[in-house]
Design a protein around this ligand. Structure first.
Ligand code: PLP
Length: 392
């Protein structure tokens, strides 16, 4: 048994990250300023987008995206039921309706056929979610969007490094929202980014992310001449700070190296669980670049005497932190009560939501940590195997 609890999603923070944050502290400028601009420029370059706007979270980026296209009460936005609440909550903030389209059981991402079936004259946008780091079928979704005049704002909270063929996530959709929350592939404490190729959207997002005023603090308090600011929109407080950007700058340069470490851990898990009948390892999918954010093991509940929540508890008893990404969102209280959703409506999301366990996966993990996770999973399976599998 491990002595120390293995924290789920522990980030890899290096000396250069600490030095950059200290430099920001010493600079006397902690808010949105030169380091945010630099981080935005380098991020845009990494994902191949023309513009990137640093914000306070992925939630803020998604909300801004919908705000920019003028979503109104009664509009419909199609998204996945297998996601974090934020993806649908931002739609509710406009009194618009999140319309769920079921996912594919193998990829766990939104099924383009279900999206097509969900389009109505009220549909304004699609928010595909690149779950666990696996990119959605963006060419097909963009084709559907093009035919129906919809905007694609993809939720890439898990998927900075992902690509479909040569199409890089961040420059594939019309707008893309990223997260730098504490467990993500790149962390800035809290933080996010909105990328787009449309300069006018980026410019509006920048203004709206800072109260809707036309001159940011760096301009107002900088060395250049004084210009009073004007309010051109009732905006939000969504700006990224130089404190956040300085923490992200060097992680951005290390992204591919960190991905290579997570790929190695991923391969070890695949190999270690390949012979277990009680679990299903993540699907292999040629032609994509998976961002390896979450290693999601699916439990064959019919082969086990415990359910998923008990499985996660067993991991924790062995001092291994684990997560669940996600339980199907349409079955959460708010969405059930507001829209009358019930079990059976999105069967694939429900099936995955009942069985999925995310194992620790981070560039901060040592090979010995990964061995501990493997040993714990194998021990739990061995100790809770169903002797006779019920015939359904
Ligand atoms: C799929 C997904 N979308 C959106 C978010 C929201 O990200 P943030 O915490 O940066 O607002 C998360 C956060 O975990 C997420 O997993």
């Amino acid at each position: 048994m491990r002595e120390q609890f293995l924290t789920f999603g522990r980030p890899l923070i290096g000396e250069e990250d600490v030095a950059e944050v200290l430099d920001t502290l010493a600079s006397g400028w902690l808010g949105t300023g030169p380091k945010t601009k630099l981080f935005e420029a380098r991020f845009a370059e990494y994902v191949g987008a023309r513009c990137a706007v640093g914000v306070s979270s992925c939630t803020a980026a998604l909300h801004l995206g919908l705000d920019l296209i003028g979503v109104r009460e009664g509009d419909e936005i199609i998204t996945s039921p297998l996601t974090f609440p934020a993806t649908a909550n931002v739609v509710e903030h406009f009194r618009a309706r999140p319309v769920f389209a079921d996912v594919d059981r193998g990829t766990m991402t939104i099924d383009a056929g279900q999206v097509e079936a969900a389009v109505t004259p009220r549909t304004r946008a699609i928010i595909p979610v690149h779950l666990a780091g696996r990119p959605c079928d963006m060419p097909k979704l963009l084709e559907i969007a093009g035919r129906h005049g919809l905007t694609v704002i993809d939720d890439a909270a898990h998927a900075i490094e992902a690509a479909v063929g040569r199409l890089k996530i961040g420059s594939a959709g019309h707008m893309t929202a990223f997260s730098f929350y504490v467990t993500k592939n790149l962390v800035t404490g809290e933080g996010g980014m909105l990328t787009t190729d449309r300069a006018e959207w980026a410019e509006s997002a920048r203004v709206r992310s800072l109260h809707g005023i036309d001159s940011d603090a760096w301009k107002r308090y900088g060395a250049e001449g004084f210009t009073p600011y004007d309010t051109v929109y009732p905006g939000y407080k969504y700006n990224m700070t130089d404190m956040q950007a300085s923490l992200g700058l060097h992680q951005l340069a290390r992204l591919d190296a960190s991905l290579a470490v997570r790929e190695r851990h991923w391969a070890r898990y695949d190999e270690a669980f390949g012979d277990l009948d009680e679990v299903i390892t993540p699907m292999r999918q040629p032609g994509i670049r998976h961002a390896r954010h979450l290693y999601t093991l699916l439990l064959r509940l019919e082969c086990l005497t415990i359910d998923r929540n008990q499985f996660v508890d067993e991991l924790k008893r062995r001092r291994i932190g684990a997560g669940v990404h996600f339980t199907a969102l349409h079955l959460h209280t708010y969405y059930r009560e507001r829209y009358g959703y019930t079990r059976g409506m999105f069967p694939n999301a429900e099936w995955i939501g009942d069985r999925t366990v995310s194992l620790p996966l981070s560039a901060a993990l040592s090979d010995a940590d990964v061995d501990d996770v493997v040993a714990a999973v194998r021990e739990i399976v061995a100790g809770n195997r169903r002797a006779v599998i019920p015939v359904s």
